[in-house]
Design a protein around this ligand. Structure first.
Ligand SMILES: Nc1ncnc2c1ncn2[C@@H]1O[C@H](COP(=O)(O)OP(=O)(O)OP(=O)(O)O)[C@@H](O)[C@H]1O
Ligand SMILES: [Zn+2]
Ligand SMILES: [Zn+2]
Length: 806
């Protein structure tokens, strides 16, 4: 048999399978979906076996050098999906396959140096000789870190002269956690007898043995030591006596170890929930694929619908994937799933270590769980009997991956739903315009829940014009309404969520005399002020400098921080409401593992009056005692150079307001803005999604933006401005000659951020309705510049359906 392998060399000429011989010792294990090491040119690389064949058109095949997996890491469905991904997102096949795996399974390459066999050591430079006198094999990465230049030069010379050999290893980063356990080594009778005849010596040993005898079959040594308050030498003594048997077993890490989850029962559904459920379950029973768009106002009980729909899927012996945005993958959310499905759930999110993620992923692959809850990449969960995919907050832009492969999880979900003949449910209080338009056209099935559960009212929303506040003499960042509202809540023992919209509102440093804004010397973007480090940082390239005392341009001392961070808000709160207990949640306070959860738990217990935070607290939170939501700077996002800015503002404001008054107590929202007439703010006041949709669709039609037209952005970057301009020009020309009316090519122009990390950036934008050959034109462009891209600094990125217009 011959293995057809996709190798880990992302380059266009290599973007196909290569044939390898399967040596007899690997015949049993090599199958589609396993990772292997193969010789490729002078190197050894990792590869994926995608298929097997009887024959090859080439006759002298190299053999596979190593096999990393006993069980395949990719199912046949995922291998197929990889092909589809590479075509639809214009990425290399290997990039697509790798994107579906946990990071721990990506290849690890290692180089080592050793002396060649035939070498006369006297010919080596003294230092090199000394290096190899201590060890036979030297690791290249370590050497590079520690060795000085002359030594490195000497080594390179020896390599050239074949005196030192370079060995390349390829492996996998995956690490399984191993633990030592002990079990009884003799029969119960013998053990009983031994214990009865135990003299007065070695009392600790007796105690340990007794514990094992009475309570456990197999126990982790460290556990045993802890429980019996002893040391591992005592356990070892029992092993030496032949009473206990010790072995090492592999253990899957459990990120929720030591946490217990209660068990919740399905709730009696409201009639709206019931209707939605009936539609979805019909498809589950019939085993057909359709995509549902569930629009349910905040607090309408979408999550309960998800839970019960999954229950039905599990009863059919099938599996379910639930995607939630990374940011709302809060402990509260996870708990709701854990409480319903217990250990049948794997959770995949960025808060886990690489090893933990790997183990959660293996629970899915090894069919130990039937439900996967996770952020974007959980859409690739290697289930084989998939019965449903749910995407919560489907409008969230984080479902689009902003690096290769540039896929949207929604598209992948639908592709998998078709393959498995199962429903895909997209849920949101504020669906994306794209999805809602599709539902209107009947491409998706519309489902609706217009009421909150238990007849709870939607919160009342007050809009405060901050310009008026200023005119009436209030210079603080809180309006009088908001301060009064917070005071009342504290008196009544209720809670407030205070949301600071940070997007488009970063803290920058500006000179009040000359207006100079401190910018990154490598990127055309202003630096962000960080109080904790007292520095100015570039968010694109990592450049950092100290905050200047005087203006670098006019030397004035009137240099000030603009914008407002959560810390500043906290200080201001302390001034106006010194009695308030504030819990601040932002990147600084949630850096440590588990901090996020601790803060939320504290707030849930009532240890804080005000929860202050950014995007992090916008979603998914369900606290009964929150009756006021304050939104600071509601409109900052409206002015971003992005055609979705208005849509995002509406979505975010609706989400945040939805945190108020979700249970018995009535909710109120105060929205502070400098742009109170804007329709996104006016319409969110009445919770009027449909009017917003109609209004925004007009804007999109006028500008010929999605969902009326599709967009593709091509970005060219290089260190040489001339080359960037010329290349973008040629690409635009190439496309203009080939595309048909009514497609248009806009540009070339400089990108909204014209320079990042000393690389200039130009772009052109294609707007089209129907352009069946576009993908092949784009592939042509990549081929034309292939050589130049490998040899020089030039990069061309193509983003189909972009979400970041930067
Ligand atoms: N059928 C029901 N009977 C009683 N309570 C319910 C029912 N369904 C949901 N709830 C409760 O109502 C509250 C809101 O429900 P849930 O969080 O599921 O809404 P949601 O639509 O997902 O909210 P959001 O989109 O705002 O996060 C929760 O506390 C939930 O436990
Ligand atoms: Zn100045
Ligand atoms: Zn920079």
């Amino acid at each position: 048999m011959i293995a057809n392998v996709i190798v880990d060399v992302p380059a266009q000429q290599i973007d196909r399978t290569f044939d390898y011989e399967i040596p007899p010792r690997f015949e049993q294990v090599v199958q589609p979906g396993v990772r292997v090491a193969v010789p490729f040119g002078p190197r050894k690389v990792q590869g994926f076996v995608v298929s097997l064949s009887e024959t090859s058109q080439f006759d002298r095949l190299k053999p596979i050098s190593d096999v990393f997996d006993i069980k395949p890491v990719l199912t046949s469905e995922l291998l197929e999906l990889g092909d589809w991904l590479s075509v639809t997102t214009l990425c290399f096949k290997v990039t697509a396959l790798q994107a579906m795996l946990p990071a721990a399974l990506r290849a690890k390459y290692e180089k080592t140096l050793s002396l060649s066999d035939s070498i006369d050591k006297e010919t080596l430079s003294p230092e090199v000789r000394q290096l190899f006198s201590r060890q036979n094999v030297v690791r290249w990465d370590e050497l590079q870190k520690s060795a000085h230049e002359q030594l490195l030069k000497d080594i390179q010379r020896h390599i050239k002269n074949h005196q030192i050999v370079v060995n390349e290893h390829v492996g996998s980063k995956a690490t399984m956690k191993k633990v030592r356990v002990v079990e009884k080594a003799v029969s119960d009778e013998t053990l009983k007898e031994t214990l009865e005849n135990w003299g007065n010596t070695a009392k600790k040993q007796r105690e340990v043995l007794e514990y094992v005898f009475h309570y456990s079959e197999v126990i982790v040594v460290s556990e045993l030591v802890r429980i019996c308050e002893t040391s591992s030498s005592v356990v070892k003594a029992l092993v030496d006596k032949g009473l206990l048997h010790e072995k090492v077993v592999e253990q899957k890490r459990d990120p929720f170890e030591g946490r217990s989850f209660g068990q919740t029962e399905p709730m009696a559904l409201t009639s709206e929930q019931q209707q939605v459920m009936t539609s979805i379950l019909r498809d589950v029973q019939k085993e057909t694929h359709r995509t549902f768009l569930l629009r349910g106002v905040t607090g309408s009980g979408k999550t309960e619908v998800y839970l019960q729909a999954i229950e039905a899927v599990l009863q059919k012996g099938k599996e379910a994937i639930v995607l939630v945005p990374e940011i709302s993958l809060t402990p509260q959310m996870v708990t709701r799933f854990k409480e319903r499905f217990g250990s049948d759930v794997a959770v995949l999110h960025s808060g886990l270590s690489q090893g933990e993620k790997f183990d959660e992923w293996r629970k899915i692959r090894d069919q130990e769980v039937n439900v996967a809850v996770g952020a974007r990449s959980a859409i690739f969960a290697p289930f084989t009997r998939l019965g449903m995919v749910i995407i919560d907050e489907e409008h969230e832009t984080s479902y689009k991956q902003e690096e290769m492969p540039r896929y949207h999880a929604r598209d992948v979900a639908i592709a998998r739903g078709k393959y498995h003949k199962c429903p895909v449910v997209l849920g949101s209080a504020t669906p994306s315009l794209e999805s809602y338009a599709r539902a209107q056209k009947g491409v998706y099935e519309s489902l609706e829940m217009a009421e909150r559960v238990n007849n709870i009212a939607m919160p009342s929303v007050h809009i405060v014009d901050m310009r008026e506040e200023l005119r009436s003499g209030n210079r603080s960042m809180f309006s009088n309404d908001l301060i009064e509202g917070m005071k009342t809540r504290i008196e009544r023992g209720e809670q407030t969520v205070l949301f600071l919209n940070r997007r488009g509102y970063s803290t920058f440093v500006m000179c009040r005399d000359c207006g100079h804004v401190v910018q990154c010397p490598h990127c055309d973007i202003s630096l962000t002020y960080h109080r904790s480090t007292g520095s100015l940082d570039c968010h694109y390239c990592g450049y950092r400098e100290r905050v200047p005392n005087t203006c670098p341009s006019c030397e004035s001392e009137a240099i000030r921080f603009f914008g407002s961070g959560t810390q500043k808000v906290e200080e201001a709160l302390n001034d106006v409401l010194p009695e308030a207990r504030v819990i601040r949640m932002d990147v600084d306070t949630t850096k440590r593992k588990g901090a996020h959860e601790k803060l939320l738990n504290a707030f849930g217990r009532g240890d804080g009056d005000i929860l202050l935070g950014t995007q992090m607290i916008a979603k998914g939170l369900d606290f009964p005692n929150v009756t006021l939501v304050g939104i600071l700077a509601a409109d900052t996002m409206l002015h971003l150079p992005d055609f979705r800015a208005t849509e995002r503002t509406f979505q975010l404001l609706t989400q945040v307001s939805g945190r108020a008054g979700r249970h018995e107590k009535e909710g109120e929202v105060v929205v502070q803005t400098y742009d109170p007439e804007h329709y996104s703010i006016q319409l969110m006041q009445n919770h009027d999604f449909v009017s917003f949709f109609q209004r925004e669709m007009l804007t999109r039609k006028r500008g010929q933006y999605p969902p009326y037209m599709f967009l593709t952005v091509i970005t060219v970057s290089d260190t040489e401005l001339m080359k960037v301009a010329q290349t973008t020009d040629r690409i635009a020309q190439f496309l203009k000659e080939r595309l048909q009316e009514p497609s248009v090519v806009l540009g070339p122009v400089a990108s909204p951020i014209p320079r990042i990390n000393d690389r200039y950036r130009h772009q052109c934008v294609i707007k089209y309705k129907h352009e069946p050959k576009l993908t092949s034109f784009l592939q042509d462009i990549l081929s034309m510049y292939q050589t130049e891209m490998t040899r020089t600094d030039l990069t061309i990125t193509i983003d189909q359906n972009p979400y970041m217009m930067m």
